[in-house]
Design a protein around this ligand. Structure first.
Ligand code: NAP
Length: 342
């Protein structure tokens, strides 16, 4: 018999309205950037997706280039759609993106109409889907007119390839410009996907959080665990099976004694709150209800189970917040500093 998700899956999760749209997203969503490529056994991917849905995580975030090699996360997710999630399409929010390098030549990255529409078609094919729920411009392209990028997003919706559109890592000013163009076109920008964590606060410093609130755009924040740094895994060195051991997106150089010292102090605060550090880090990005969803990654199902428990204690005292600020600000490694610069 085909796999069936837990009957009580909607009882555990919180669903937050995405800006002023009609869409509600789970407070915690699962991204397939890492650990869904050819370097991970398929059973583990299946297990993580099943676990997520059992816990009420209805939103799975992908992009054309997720792998390795690029594209394989979408292919793997397509297989899971057929084997495990078949019959569940209407209960899922599946997103994809285009913006980063995907294929050679002048049409394989950035923000042209040519690239975005071709890439969206490729993503749909890899996942075996008729449409994605959300399609994003993955990054602002300084050389393509924003009208063209937004026009492509509008076309992607009007042609039935996506239900909603969003932008990722655009700074506050570019967000205002894109939102105005999309509004004019009649396809509102309903969501922004920036990086954000206790260690990376550019969206506060840039005014993006205020801008999104003002414009009624929802926010799903990526790398809320700073790619795993906001967990206890690096307190005693770099485990072999961790992301930092790959030294690619999370560099070993970030795991410095001074930073680890501060992370140890953050972990002590979490312990006092009766949480793991990962749980506190997720509760922190969701505090006060300004962020729609925390977009986590995982390398195994137990991490997803741990993360979802963050919702059991998501309020903070003023003292806790200022103590967190003290240590987190010192440990700020600015993993995604470039986001605000374009
Ligand atoms: P993250 O949640 O900050 O980091 C995920 C990593 O943290 C996991 O791979 C795992 O590391 C560790 N982890 C997770 N839960 C844990 C737990 N409970 N205990 C201990 N360790 C735990 O997020 P991310 O993977 O960097 O990014 C999440 C998603 O955001 C991506 O999948 C993607 O969908 C999206 N994203 C978007 C962009 C963009 O430009 N729009 C950029 C980056 C990411 P180990 O692998 O070491 O076990």
């Amino acid at each position: 018999m085909a796999w069936q998700p837990a009957e009580n899956r909607y009882e555990k999760m919180k669903y937050n309205r995405c800006g002023r749209s009609g869409l509600r997203l789970p407070a915690i969503s699962l991204g397939l950037w890492h650990n869904f490529g050819d370097d991970t056994p398929h059973e583990r991917k299946v297990d993580m997706c099943r676990t997520a849905l059992d816990l009420g995580i209805t939103h799975f975030d992908l992009a054309n280039n997720y792998g390795p090699p690029p594209g394989t996360a979408e292919t793997a997710f397509g297989e899971i759609m057929r084997s495990d999630f078949s019959g569940l399409r209407d209960e899922l929010i599946i997103s994809s993106k285009a913006g980063y390098y995907m294929w050679p030549g002048p049409y394989g990255e950035w923000g042209s109409r040519k690239y975005l529409i071709a890439s969206c078609d490729q993503s749909l094919k890899r996942m075996g889907l008729d449409y994605v729920d959300i399609f994003y411009s993955h990054r602002f392209d300084p050389e393509t007119p924003l009208e063209e990028t937004c026009g492509a997003l509008d076309h992607i919706v009007r042609s039935g390839r996506a239900l909603y559109v969003g932008i990722s890592s655009y700074n506050s000013q570019r967000t205002r410009e894109a939102a105005a163009i999309l509004k004019e076109l009649g396809t509102p920008c309903i969501i922004h996907q920036p990086s954000y964590s206790m260690l990376n606060r550019w969206i506060e410093d840039d005014g993006l959080v205020d801008t999104l609130e003002e414009l009624g755009i929802g926010s799903i924040v990526f790398s809320p665990l700073a790619q795993g740094m906001l967990t206890t895994k690096y307190l005693n060195g770099i485990p072999e099976d961790s992301r930092a051991a790959q030294n690619h997106f999370l560099k070993k150089e970030f795991i410095r004694p001074a930073i680890i010292d501060n992370i140890r102090k953050l972990s002590a605060i979490a312990e006092r709150r009766g949480q793991t550090l990962a749980q506190m880090a997720l509760a922190w990005v969701l505090r006060g209800g300004r962020i729609t969803s925390a977009l986590i990654g995982a390398s195994r199902s137990a991490q997803i189970i741990d993360c979802v428990k963050a919702l059991e204690n998501d309020s903070f005292t003023a003292e806790e917040l200022s103590e967190i600020d003290l240590y987190a600000r010192e440990a700020d490694v600015n993993l995604w500093a470039k986001s605000a610069e374009l």
